[in-house]
Design a protein around this ligand. Structure first.
Ligand code: FAD
Length: 507
């Protein structure tokens, strides 16, 4: 039987392996790190008994994604908790706006004018949330979603497409009738994509996440993100796939336009009839020899752009965070930035190459909702800010700016810290060379790197000009986040090309 090698045991690599093994293919996943999971992992990086999500943490895309749903990972023991207060956005005056699962409670939190705008938007969009997310995630070209959405939304559909192609800031100001406070609350969600709120295309990300907050919640896996990787690994092994850790690939071997196998960093060569790389574009190009790909494609991938890096801090705390406002005290996620002006300034500074004076933060309070994450009465805190991938400041100075932001909205926070762990963009890339510059999306998600341009028209459907070589991962459509769509897409493309049995019946 022909062997297929998958490079990288992040969630996309594991999803690809499950699809291939379930179709009867002999598949081995090669993972450079000591354990599988990639950016879907958790660890006790501060103190024993405190479980921290190392990278990804809030996974509405996971529970909404067809590629993940069909795996029924709950059968492997995966459990979810879905907090009622999805997210809160505090302001300097001690107030906050909350995104609650319940639309009515969210409308109340927004106040009369902005609340009315949100109610109208959700009346139009919420009934079609599943079609919306499946259209955005669908393989290219998306055949079923757009006509279904057009039929459901009628003339409103075109208006929503226009708004989503624009910036989240413009979208918010339009639907909230100029209310900057509500727009800051909405724009904070675009931070999860790494896009500044004034950037074209950020409208789709920010809005989709907020809609999912109502339709699916922003669930947390019980026991930490590592539980998602564990469930994927269990499923992959049950299907017969093998995962080899500490097997870093140095070279994809290509001869006469066809993939032959790979060479590991220790010199071991493994032959294969098919290779699926889940790494982002820069490390993919390093694994190929110049000339393996046509010149135009090489130039395109050589110009692939990474965005800002995530500077991450994890804390073990004596108790819950003493937020001034009440809404964040119950929220799974807190967007710490303050006003729309400050949120935009922080994002712009980071994308122009400066560490923001007042960074905008994504904060996770997982242990408030999942008591398995910390010892009794104690708590974890997950924090990241977007910073340039390279900067002149000491890491400690960056951490101080982040902590000053936390103190601004939760005075006394510092007094609760038992231990802290830090992960700079540089450290992230050292750990996982696919996350270049600590970019959480495998390359900026600006419009010119989306859809067929992710990463290029020739690769956007997971095939490459090299026979037997396929691509998946965050640099390919539909981009970063834990949804497994590209892992599934690459496996299916390979199976179709080989006329191997299609994976219509995953056991
Ligand atoms: C700070 C942060 C926060 C995030 N938050 C969220 C979130 O809340 N929700 C969400 O959905 N997404 C989030 N993301 C994005 C999400 O984690 C990623 O887009 C996704 O996990 C990428 O999965 P992947 O399988 O494509 O790649 P990865 O998970 O990066 O896996 C790639 C794997 O390849 C391995 N590897 C690298 N080089 C080699 C080599 N040469 N040979 C063999 N193996 C190699 C790596 O060790 C790694 O295991 C976040 C990311 C970051 C960094």
């Amino acid at each position: 039987m022909t062997r297929v090698l998958v490079i990288g045991a992040g969630h996309n690599g594991l999803v690809a392996a499950i699809q291939l093994a379930a179709a009867g293919v002999d598949v081995t996943v090669l993972e450079g790190a000591a354990r599988p999971g990639g950016a879907t992992s958790s660890s006790a990086c501060t103190l024993p008994g405190f479980i921290h999500d190392d990278h990804a943490a809030f996974v509405p895309m996971t529970v909404a994604s067809p590629a993940m749903r069909e795996l029924e990972l709950e059968r492997e023991g995966l459990r979810w908790v879905t907090p009622a207060t999805v997210m809160a956005h505090p302001f300097e005056d001690g107030t906050a706006v909350a995104l609650r699962r319940d639309v009515g409670e969210t409308v109340a939190s927004l106040g009369a004018t902005a609340g009315g705008g949100w109610q109208r938007a959700m009346d139009e969009l919420l009934p079609h949330a599943t079609t919306l997310v499946e259209t955005i995630l669908a393989p290219l070209p998306p055949l079923l979603g757009p006509p279904r959405l057009a039929a459901a939304l009628r003339r409103d559909g075109l208006d929503w497409v226009r708004r989503m192609l624009g910036s989240i800031e413009a979208l918010g100001l339009e639907i909230f009738d100029g209310d900057r406070r509500a727009t800051a609350w909405l724009s904070g969600s675009a931070q999860h994509s790494g896009l500044p709120p004034s950037t074209a295309g950020s409208g789709a990300f920010g809005l989709l996440l907020q809609v999912l907050g109502h339709s699916h919640g922003w669930p947390l896996p019980v026991g930490g993100m590592g539980a998602v990787a564990d469930a994927l690994l269990a499923r992959a092994e049950r299907e017969g796939a093998r995962v080899r850790c500490e097997a870093r690939v140095e070279r994809i071997i290509v001869a006469r336009g066809r993939v032959q196998g790979v060479r590991l960093v220790d010199g071991e060569e493994l032959s294969a009839g098919g290779v699926v790389s889940t790494l982002s574009m820069q490390p993919l190009m390093r694994m190929l020899e110049p000339g393996d790909l046509p010149g135009r494609l090489e130039r395109r991938l050589g110009a692939w752009r990474y965005g800002t890096g995530a500077f991450k801090l994890d804390y073990a705390l004596t108790g819950p965070v003493p937020w001034t406002a009440s809404e964040p005290r119950a929220a799974a996620v807190v967007h710490v930035a303050g006003s729309l002006t400050e949120l935009s300034a922080a994002a712009q500074a980071a994308s122009l190459g400066d560490v923001p004076e007042r960074p905008a933060l994504v904060v996770g309070q997982q242990s408030l909702h999942d008591p398995t994450r910390a010892p009794d009465g104690r708590h974890t805190l997950y924090v990241y800010a977007h910073v340039p991938s390279r900067y002149k400041l000491d890491d400690e100075e960056v951490a101080e700016r982040i902590e000053a932001q936390l103190e601004r909205f939760a005075p006394g926070f510092g007094g609760q810290v038992l231990a802290r762990a830090m992960r700079s963009p540089r450290a992230t890339e050292l750990e996982n060379p696919s996350m270049v510059g600590g970019d959480l999306g495998g390359g900026t998600m600006e419009l010119d790197q989306q859809l067929v341009f992710r990463p290029s028209p020739q690769l956007s459907r997971y095939r490459t000009p090299v026979k037997g070589l396929y691509v998946a991962g965050a640099s390919t459509h539909p981009g970063g986040a834990v949804h497994g769509m590209s892992g599934r897409g690459a496996a299916r493309a390979l199976l179709r090309d080989r006329r191997w049995r299609r994976t219509t019946a995953l056991r």
